[in-house]
Design a protein around this ligand. Structure first.
Ligand code: NAD
Ligand code: IPM
Ligand code: MN
Length: 356
């Protein structure tokens, strides 16, 4: 089994190094090949997603991805920006289904900025559509306005759009995921304002009729953002579009204690997958050795489960993470009084030790 390892930029290199140690320690004979991506790809070959990196990703059984981006690239032309690498991989590999499980581990109930009783026992699954919506809709660009409030002014525009098959397939993913959980789906939309999301709501409702065992409800995204911090445990599976899913999953990350705890899996219809933490390259803490590697290590566990058919190894990794948390080890983002503060490497090595 071959894994393409794409660390990327900032803390990406630091956290992926720890996940690789964990994978190696499992002794599964995994073949791992590393390649530059994002700002690192741009530096190496003038493009954030170098053709050789894309080829490696396409040919691999799975991709382990760190994070891309740095403020210093924010003035580059858009096609050259690091973020285009992850968007390009999602598009080229057809990774339309993004799973972002927000689980609050018992030991981290005190690490969140929310009251412990709100998040104790939390286990929700955000399913984010990942290859459509305003992220990929055309046309987009800049032009001179011919109408609107200021005709003649410079303006910018993007296109929000979803086709029926795009909504149907992500809805099926959500209902099938719910069948394996507590059989509830909340579809998040903005149907009260946006035609794209009235269509989304209509199509999800139609697909839902094929799953009479799953209860479906609908919620507007603004209310969902509020309910997520008011009563997060009322949710089970949340399915939503690309942009709302981006925002709500960062919000949900804080329900787990830290964004450094939220893993993700991005799958296509062949169950090929890309696995990455939900956070970014964290330029503010990069190079300091303090980033939390657990979201990446937990993403590697999702890779073992979804793409490599190694559910027992996945369980081992998840149990090792729980064990180090039970030992009281904490990177600064999840630190609380009475626990032991450790760096990225110590945390990764503790997980390796706990595996054995
Ligand atoms: P970010 O997720 O990188 O960081 C937000 C905050 O969370 C920062 O304070 C950071 O220090 C903290 N944080 C993130 N991950 C952490 C970890 N593992 N441990 C401890 N703290 C952590 O978001 P941002 O600052 O808005 O973006 C930084 C760059 O990352 C931008 O260039 C952005 O485009 C990019 N980005 C990339 C991805 C990706 O590669 N998939 C995802 C999100 C953002
Ligand atoms: C994420 C990130 C990306 C997104 C960016 C870096 C393109 O925020 O993976 O959540 O918006 O999808
Ligand atoms: Mn995001």
């Amino acid at each position: 089994m071959k894994i393409a390892v794409l660390p990327g930029d900032g803390i990406g290199t630091e956290i992926v190094a720890e996940a690789v140690k964990v994978l190696n320690a499992l002794d599964l004979g995994l073949e791992m090949e590393q390649a530059p991506v994002g700002g690192a790809g741009y530096e190496a070959s003038g493009h954030p997603l170098p053709p050789a990196t894309l080829k490696l990703a396409k040919e691999a059984d799975a991709v382990l991805f760190g994070a891309v981006g740095d403020w210093k690239y924010d003035t580059l032309d858009r096609p050259l920006r690091p973020e285009q690498a992850i968007l390009g991989l999602r598009k080229e590999l057809g990774l339309f289904a993004n799973f972002r499980p927000a689980i609050c581990y018992e030991q981290l109930v005190g690490a969140s900025s929310l009251k412990p009783e709100l998040i104790a026992g939390l286990d929700i699954l955000i399913i984010r559509e990942l290859t459509g919506d305003i992220y990929f809709g055309q046309p987009r660009g800049r032009r001179t306005a011919t109408d609107g409030h200021f005709p003649g002014a410079e303006e910018a525009f993007d296109t929000m759009r979803y086709s029926r098959p795009e909504i149907e397939r992500i809805a099926h993913v959500a209902f099938q995921a719910a069948q394996k959980r507590s059989k509830r789906v909340t579809s998040v939309d903005k149907a009260n304002v946006l035609e794209t999301f009235q269509f989304w709501k209509d199509v999800v409702t139609e697909v839902g009729k094929q799953y009479p065992d799953v209860a479906l409800d609908h919620m507007y995204v603004d209310n969902a953002a509020m309910q997520l911090v008011k009563a997060p445990k009322k949710f089970d599976v949340v399915v939503t579009g690309n942009m709302f899913g981006d925002i709500l999953s960062d919000e949900a990350a804080m329900l787990t204690g830290s964004i450094g705890m939220l893993p993700s899996a991005s799958l296509n219809d062949k169950k090929q997958g890309l696995y990455e933490p939900s956070h970014g390259s964290a330029p503010d803490i990069a190079g300091k050795g303090i980033a939390n590697p657990l979201a990446t290590i937990l993403s590697a566990a999702m890779m073992l489960r979804f793409s490599l058919a190694q559910p027992e190894a996945a369980d081992r990794v998840e149990n090792a993470v729980k064990a180090v948390l039970a030992e009281g080890l904490r990177t600064p983002d999840i630190y609380s009084e009475g626990t032991t503060k450790v760096g990225t490497r110590e945390m990764g090595e503790a997980v390796v030790k706990a595996l054995k």
